[in-house]
Design a protein around this ligand. Sequence first.
Ligand SMILES: C[S@@+](CC[C@H](N)C(=O)[O-])C[C@H]1O[C@@H](n2cnc3c(N)ncnc32)[C@H](O)[C@@H]1O
Length: 113
Amino acid sequence: MILANQVLYFLSPDDLGATVQMLWEKTRPGGVIIATMMGSQNYYRDFVTASEHGLEQVDLPNGKQLFITFTDNRGSLIERFAPYEPMHVGYYDSVVSEREGSGFHHLYVGRKA
Ligand SMILES: C[S@@+](CC[C@H](N)C(=O)[O-])C[C@H]1O[C@@H](n2cnc3c(N)ncnc32)[C@H](O)[C@@H]1O
């Protein structure tokens, strides 16, 4: 089983694709991947200042700078993790501080047939 919680979205779309392919090759038949991806609904999206090759520069009000590949919707999520076969697709969301906003993340559970 592969668990990648709140980390793969730091990769550019191209690097993410190559990483998923590498993980797929190392997964045995029946193996499962569980991964979360930051959704476009996440409040970080409000602080995007630049974009290059799908990787978005996020400059937060606290001075922190991050580079994120956001995932727009369920269909995009499934595409990002092809050729895994989706078993469960969901999301989680929370608003810890109203000054910030949504902490939306997609949840993907897939397997290698
Ligand atoms: C939201 S945390 C999640 C950590 C862990 N997977 C968990 O579930 O608690 C993101 C992690 O990705 C790491 N990381 C790797 N590459 C990064 C990058 N380019 N930008 C920001 N964080 C990065 C950070 O150091 C941090 O530990």
